[in-house]
Design a binder for this molecule. Structure first.
Ligand code: KG4
Ligand code: ZN
Length: 408
């Protein structure tokens, strides 16, 4: 089965073609045939964050070039003039709000033959709605042009599925292949990203129970805000992480201010999180002060330690309480090596298995969307699991973005 994944929920435009075979949990394997990811990181750096209207325009500009690169890498782009007149009116209607996308897509469709693709998987939420709509309308347009069914994908499920796979050839983007880890339920997922911080219990694939979540800022948001206080560029997570690592490896004498930050809600009897107080505590320590480079390193380290203590502490307690046999770590912040190493070390001591994907696939991409989409195809659904999955294709006419879509 060939699935084309499309991801536009935030500031990364991703288009990926995978070839996958096998049932969920029974030797499923995949190959990435083509993978294009165009990040708006430079714009984010310039403007200090993501602005939905600007991000939407960038997606509209980037999707056709990303599709071209992806299909070209997959050797699935065959030049063959095609008559598009019979579906052109429909395309115009679908892409009414994305004229720039329409202007690029029509010559593309007229120039190339329909590639061999069995399904389109597109992120429908959660995320920034204007951005989600561009991806959805792009999928609807391709569906109309090439008569390919669409599977609607929850972005957070994409992060979970990405970590469920055992990846090989991770240094090479295209040509990367992998198979599914053997999973033991119940599985507990810690999802940490720019918009989410959640502990999700999964008793079987496709059935989710959110047992804890942030009451204010998401952990990635806290990383980004603290980074800004330290004068670091957006997105701040990788920069904080680098400074924290420098502090761990090089600062031996504390002629710099020693700081101590709170571990919010760590000892409370629930699985919720709160990071806004931690962010405010950093603000108190930084406002009206000239920070030296060592001050920044020490602060970054203490912040990363505080976040890690809370995330790891609560995950371990939840794994214990729910008898989880597997912990899955996913979302952009899971690229953080300190968090993944600490979680791995502590879970090993508890004989609980940790699944996590290569750091370069922790942040948003379309591989995860294609994989999650694949598991919702009838062909990937073993009879025993039939009740757990949606199994139907989306109706392109009613497919809609849902910025606050929940895992359920
Ligand atoms: O999943 P993602 O790519 O986008 C959302 O769905 O939100 O996550 C992006 C977040 C950003 O807040 C970014 O700062 C954070 O992931 N991030 C990191 C690291 N790499 C990315 N946070 C901490 N350490 C990192 N190495
Ligand atoms: Zn994400």
């Amino acid at each position: 089965m060939r699935v084309l994944g499309i991801e536009t929920s935030c500031d990364d435009t991703g288009v990926t073609l995978i070839e996958a075979d096998g049932d969920f949990g029974r030797g499923c394997s995949f190959n990435i045939l083509g993978n294009a990811l165009s990040s708006q990181k430079d714009l984010g750096e310039q403007y200090g964050g993501v602005f939905p209207a600007m991000a939407k325009r960038e997606h509209a500009k980037n999707l056709v070039p990303a599709l071209t690169v992806c299909l070209c890498d997959a050797a699935a782009l065959e030049e063959k003039p095609s008559d598009i007149s019979h579906y052109l009116p429909q395309l115009k209607e679908i892409l009414e709000r994305e004229p720039e996308l329409l202007a690029q897509l029509t010559p593309f469709l007229a120039k190339y033959a329909r590639p061999e693709i069995n399904a389109l998987a597109v992120t429908v939420g959660p995320g920034l709605e204007p951005c989600l709509w561009v991806g959805i309308n792009f999928a609807r347009a391709l569906s109309a042009a090439w008569s390919i069914p669409i599977v609607a994908v929850n972005h957070m499920e994409g992060h979970i599925v990405m970590s469920m796979m055992e990846h090989s050839n991770i240094l090479e983007n295209v040509g990367m292949s992998g198979k599914m880890h053997s999973l033991e339920f119940p599985a507990l997922s810690l999802l940490i990203s720019g918009g989410h911080t959640e502990l999700v219990l999964m008793r079987e694939f496709g059935k989710y129970e959110i047992i804890g979540k942030t009451r204010d800022d998401a952990v990635g948001e806290a990383f980004d805000k603290v980074a800004r206080m330290l004068g670091l560029p957006y997105p701040g997570g990788p920069h904080i992480s680098r400074l924290a690592e420098e502090a761990r490896s090089s600062i031996t004498t504390y002629d710099v201010v020693k700081v101590s930050l709170p571990r919010p809600m760590l000892n409370e009897d629930n699985f919720d999180f709160s990071f806004s107080g931690l962010k405010t505590a950093v603000l108190r320590l930084t406002e009206n002060r000239e920070l030296t480079d060592d001050d920044k390193r020490v602060l970054a380290r203490e912040f990363e330690d505080a976040v890690t203590d809370v995330l790891v502490g609560k995950t371990l307690r939840a794994a214990d309480e729910y008898g989880a046999n597997t912990v899955i770590l996913g979302g952009g912040v899971s690229a953080n090596l300190h968090i993944r190493n600490e979680l791995s070390r502590k879970l090993k001591a508890e004989s609980c298995k940790l699944l996590v994907c290569p750091p370069e696939f922790s942040t948003d991409n379309a591989v995860m969307i294609a994989l999650a989409g694949y598991f919702h195809l009838p062909a990937a659904t073993p009879a025993a699991q039939a009740g757990a999955l949606k199994k139907e294709f989306a109706d392109p006419a009613t497919l809609a973005a849902n910025g606050s879509l929940k895992l359920g």
